[in-house]
Write a protein that binds this ligand. Sequence first.
Ligand code: ZN
Length: 78
Amino acid sequence: MQSTFDPAADKAEPTLAREGTIWMCGACGKTGKDRDVMGDTSCRTWAVLVEENSIVRDETGRAISASAVNDPVAELTW
Ligand SMILES: [Zn+2]
């Protein structure tokens, strides 16, 4: 008998970022707590969950780098 268990389906990312994390658009750097309402369609497509306190911003407030939650070694930079 074949197993129908699909680990990927079980771990579907919730759209609301949990405490200490935030969604960030990998294309433009826009951030939001709820992936469903942040930015435009491309922002939601490129959204990556990042550690909120890892976000580095430039003097205009624009996010320039952050660490991804699911991949601590990955450094996102813009
Ligand atoms: Zn964006």
